[in-house]
Design a protein around this ligand. Structure first.
Ligand code: SAH
Ligand code: SF4
Ligand code: F3S
Length: 494
């Protein structure tokens, strides 16, 4: 970090190693280096004094959590946060590349920010996150949006303080996107809010599902050392957090990259089970690596919630094969059977893609029948979106757009029906909820979640926020249930 060119030097150069999709596929078992020496350089600690930043976050929880890390660093530099873009001195777009419409939103926002930048030339505009790892996107920004001041990738987040300094003094766009992806940076500051916290347990993805851009934008699979994860969880427990969600693109592959120890996701969950933090969740589980040990550990319940997000993507074994998901319809159903046997009240949710290249009507009907058979409580449903450089993008996409839309519509209708049905089952029951805050529309109504992650609204006072209470479900809707507080049921938060 010390030998970076000084921003004030005339011969300031853009340092840029473009990401290569072909190379990503070849990545081997290079050693994962864990760095424990992160700190904000002394000279940059007052850099943001009197200045404001705004970060707009797109995409998944991984990105949300990266935003918390960036906020942590900016806070330590003396910046203050704002939600008002007119007030902001730094605006960062933390982007998502998962589908075309995610990228369109960012390019749309850049269009709006152009005039803001013209009015306030001192404004620093940065693009980071998954889109910055795509060569085509970086080139497009450099050519069509030259007013952007900085672009940095998902492996360079810890470099934000230095890059911000460079961008402030440089007349050229600062671009730093590392293809190198073997490192884990510990001890990054994080600005967490509320009673729930995200905890990264691993980075990257090695599954290379044929439709997916993530293995390229997030790099190879690498797990944080168990002692680092456990120390972070203990620290969050001490600080009074009520719920943690362990994050990884495929948490069930946790530990598979350790060469010196045998330690799996099941082992990690078992150790976290013993820590005094009330609620533990995780996302996302790939069905392929979901083993019996993990099922057994989860069946102990306690602080391990009986909700599993288990993306199936398709109910057709042929489509699953083309997606390279490495399991069949039958294999998935067998896994669900085993999970239900061990945890009878488990709630399962999923992700589904419709209109994958070549998907026939019959194959789509297999998805519909699988959804009914499993009885998911809810699902994120998507129309397939070709991503440049992925194997599926080269497959013949012969499903007409209207058919894709029709399939999505039918699937969503089915999911609405299933969600309502499963909520109806709660009617009259008393459930434990964690109160997260006031509802968005009415300050007298509190918003809470059941152990199974269902949204519950009930009338209550602000002092209940951060506490676990019992409510009786009195009314059900499709996406939420309404309840009444059971008196004397408050379980203290800390
Ligand atoms: N790692 C997670 C998924 C992360 S991406 C997993 O494997 O379960 C979240 C979801 O986006 C995926 O589950 C998939 O349903 C969807 N998705 C990914 N790529 C897509 C694409 N090219 N088109 C449409 N949906 C996609
Ligand atoms: Fe994408 Fe598949 Fe990895 Fe999930 S497991 S991030 S869908 S490649
Ligand atoms: Fe999007 Fe990157 Fe997450 S592509 S879904 S933000 S890992």
């Amino acid at each position: 970090m010390n030998n970076q060119p000084k921003a004030t030097e005339k011969d300031y150069s853009i340092y840029f190693q473009p990401p290569s999709l072909k190379e990503a596929k070849k990545r081997g078992k290079e050693e994962v280096k864990v760095h424990y020496d992160f700190s904000i350089p002394e000279s940059l600690k007052g850099f943001g004094e009197g200045k404001f930043y705004m970060i707009r976050t797109y995409g998944c929880q991984m990105n949300e959590h990266d935003t918390e890390t960036m906020k942590g660093m900016l806070d330590l530099m003396g910046f203050q946060s704002t939600e008002d873009k007119l007030e902001a001195d730094v605006i960062l777009l933390n982007t998502c590349a998962i589908r075309e419409n995610a990228e369109d939103k960012v390019f749309g926002e850049l269009g709006h920010l152009k005039s803001l930048k013209a009015e306030k030339p001192s404004l620093i505009l940065g693009v980071c996150g998954c889109m910055s790892q795509e060569e085509a996107v970086v080139n497009r920004i450099m050519q069509k949006h030259p007013f952007v001041d900085m672009i940095f990738g998902t492996h360079n987040i810890h470099r934000l303080p230095n890059l911000l300094q460079d961008a402030t003094f440089s007349k050229e766009m600062v671009v730093e996107v590392w293809s190198k992806e073997g490192d884990i940076i510990e001890n990054l500051p994080k600005r967490r809010e509320g009673v729930r916290a995200w905890v990264n347990i691993m980075y990257g993805c090695d599954k290379f599902c044929t439709y997916c851009i993530v293995p390229y934008t997030r790099g190879k699979e690498r797990s944080r050392r168990p002692q680092d994860v456990l120390a972070e969880v203990r620290d969050l427990a001490r600080k009074g957090f009520q719920e943690i969600t362990l994050l990884g693109q495929n948490v069930n592959a946790y530990g598979k990259d350790f060469e010196d120890i045998e330690y799996s996701f099941g082992d990690l969950m078992n150790d976290i089970h013993k820590i005094d933090i009330p609620r533990v969740r995780f996302t996302t589980s790939h069905p392929r690596d979901f083993d019996d040990h993990l099922i057994k550990v989860l069946s102990q319940k306690g602080n391990l919630m009986e909700h599993i997000h288990l993306p199936v993507q398709s109910g057709s074994s042929q489509i699953l094969k083309k997606m390279s998901r490495k399991y069949t319809r039958e294999g998935y159903l067998e896994l669900v059977r085993k999970i239900r046997e061990a945890i009878p009240d488990v709630v399962l949710t999923t992700d589904i893609i419709v209109g994958f290249p070549g998907e026939t009507d019959e194959q789509f009907e297999e998805t519909m029948s699988l959804v009914k058979e499993v009885g998911f409580d809810s699902a994120f449903t998507f129309i397939y979106s070709p991503r440049e450089g992925t194997p599926a993008a080269a497959m013949k996409d012969d499903v007409p757009e209207s058919v894709k839309k029709e399939r999505l519509y039918r699937l969503n209708e089915l999911m609405t029906e299933l969600s309502k049905k499963s909520n109806d089952k709660l009617l009259g029951q008393v459930v434990e909820v964690l109160v997260e805050g006031e509802s968005k529309t009415n300050p007298d109504v509190l918003s809470a979640r059941t152990r199974t992650n269902k949204l519950v609204h009930f009338a209550g006072t602000r002092d209940l926020i951060g506490k676990r209470v019992h409510v009786r479900v009195v009314e059900t809707q499709t996406w939420l249930v309404k309840g009444e507080l059971v008196p004397d049921s408050v379980r203290t938060a800390i």
